[in-house]
Design a protein around this ligand. Sequence first.
Ligand code: GCV
Length: 712
Amino acid sequence: MKISRREFVEMSLASAAGLCAGGYATSTVAAEASTSLPEEDGYKLWLRYAPPGDAAKACRQTVQQIRVEGTSATSGIIRGELHSATSAMLGGNVPLNEKDLVGGTVVVGTPGNSALIRDFNWASAWGGVGDEGFIIRSTRIENKSVTVIAANTDIGALYGSFHFLRLMQTGQAIDKLDLAEHPALQLRLMNHWDNPGGTIERGYAGRSLWQWNELPGKISPRYADYARACASLGINGAVINNVNADSHILAADNLRKVAALADGWRPYGVRVYVSANFAAPVRVGGLKTADPLDKGVADWWKAKADEIYGLIPDFGGFLVKANSEGQPGPKTYGRTHADGANVLADALAPHNGKVMWRAFVYDDDIDPDRAKRAYIEFTKLDGKFRPNVVIQVKNGAIDFQPREPFHPLFGALKQTPVIAEIQATQEYLGQAKHLVYLGTMWKEFLDSDTHAKGSGSTVAKVLAGKIQPSHLTGMVSVANPGLDTNWCGHHFSQSNWYAFGRLAWNPELSAEKIAEEWTRLTFTNDDKAVAVLRNLMMGSRETFVNYTMPLGLHHLIGGDHYAPQPWNDRAPRADWTATYYHKAAADGIGFDRTKRGDHAVEQYFPPVCEMFDDITQCPEKYLLWFHRCAWDYQMKSGKILWDALCAKYQAGAKEVAVMQTAWQSLAGKIDARRHKEVADRLAIQAADAATWRDQILEYFGRFSKRAVPRSS
Ligand code: GCV
């Protein structure tokens, strides 16, 4: 059942007024089921394996027993997962690895561990799915109907098994399957900003999952639960510590702790990576310098890499934040970012390790505009990096704002692999207090056309190496789980972990499909409830933008990155204030990045450059990012800018009330505990949205000298 956003708003409002009979009438639904659903705490994430309703009967025919081939730890995990999941969903013990093959057997394996699978002549498919992909087919063996989940590797078989379970859980037909999947991107990594003391930079869901004081001797069961959740989405690695890195993560005793995590995650296909502090040769190694061109420094990194690989043979590599926000780096020694990345790359290369070098740099001697600096620095260095270096670029040129145009570096580096960094932890998007589904925001980014090689050169295609060939591809996300029971603080923040994983696997998936899938897995398969939930999620990011930073406004915050602070004009750096960005004054508002301003638009390929530059073509959602406008500038709607701005803030705050109503209408369709916990956070969100609206409009009104029009 699909309903438009407008219908959703109308239905929710009607429901609030008791007018809507179509399944959204709060009282009936609530009364019906409020006592029947067991309470849930959210720990199980999207792996609840609730019975899939009407689809269960059909599934029972197709899944009568499970046969998982192989003896590896991963095969054991697949066996356990399929057995417990299918038994839970189908309401009874599903036999496992019985001697006889019967109709309705699900066979899982690889050509390496299964004679049955080796016998299939699926040569064309095998090549296509590579090391991490899988094939799922409904077929016949010994004249019996079976389902085969086959892959070249155990990890591919694990991913295929999770995929199969996802189809079951979401109530899809599983009796005529013929599909092959493989990931579009190679590096699909969680980036944890966890500190060894247990705190998490920009973490809103409790303390770090990693118990540094207990490792390596004591292994929390939560480590495996974490890796399982990652594997269920195809996430294949985790950078376990903050990019503002404590150099001592590289000390011998800490590396043993890292190795213990790696050992536990290996069977799930989750490789460990570490954020390295560029000054480690000095701080840990006791050298006098960390100059990347110093032989002693290069030797130190080589020895350190050898030591790491001695403990962790499949160690992924280093993530580095250098010469950024006070972190040390090669520029400290008069060297370039390429010099810095290469010394680490040379140390890792014999072990097949990678360096992910962040482009989040904004030294103010490069250009007065923070948005321009990374492009200027990194385009100069294109082609100067070793083959095992990738440049990790945030989705936008400032810093994970509620809305940014895509970073101009995407498509601009022709000889250097680029991977994208997005942020699931909602640092600037209401943290874990506001319900904001980021799938839509990431799709807006991934679908942006860079025009790097003509029309259709979307960011997604650039990342997948389809525009310029790239031997290394990937997308990473600043992670949002912590020790909170429900992992992510807000139940809906789990959807952002989920959406990241699904998009890193396939950036062409739609945000809507992912929202619907997550909803069915996490809450309910009830179609009407799913429609409400999906629409709630799909509109939530635009709503957040409306009540915080619409029409291209950005960074209207202070140090907490949460509350409105448009008046913030004092910080250790000008580009940490709000006034630097909005430049509100009596004559207007906005940052002139056009060809008549600071020329930032010229960092984009034509015709994107011209589109952003020309105020009549520039999408209004980016208006004040690129243009400075008078308060009475005529918008496409015919409204003047001030009135349009007021309307956005008013609409945003109103939309949160609609979200509350929609959520209320689901009482009884969602277990009482999670329903209340989300309702409580929505109440905070509603109050915050009103505060944003009122404080921003009061503040900008001081410059526009215009009254706030009555809200329509
Ligand atoms: C880890 C922003 C955040 C910082 C973060 C930084 C980064 O500035 O506020 O907390 O530091 O981005 O991405 O390195």
